[in-house]
Design a protein. Structure first.
Length: 71
């Protein structure tokens, strides 16, 4: 089983557990059952890390480089 945390960007987070062989449609139906949103209106996106996030630096942000850097 896989546990996914989904955020509707309006302040509501939902934890959904689904099987490895479930399709995206099945996942949308599970989310719809918990949030009350129609399954055809749900759009699932992969969250990308912040561009200044550095995993090697224990999660601390790296200093900015270039024209936008603070002097």
């Amino acid at each position: 089983m896989i546990e996914m945390v989904l955020n509707d960007r309006l302040g509501k987070k939902v934890c959904v557990k689904c099987n490895d062989d479930d399709t995206i449609g099945d996942l949308k139906k599970l989310v719809a059952a918990q949030t009350g949103t129609r399954a055809d209106k749900i759009r699932i996106q992969k969250r990308l890390p912040h561009p200044n996030y550095d995993k090697d630096n224990e999660g601390k942000q790296t200093p900015m480089k270039g024209a936008n850097a603070l002097q």
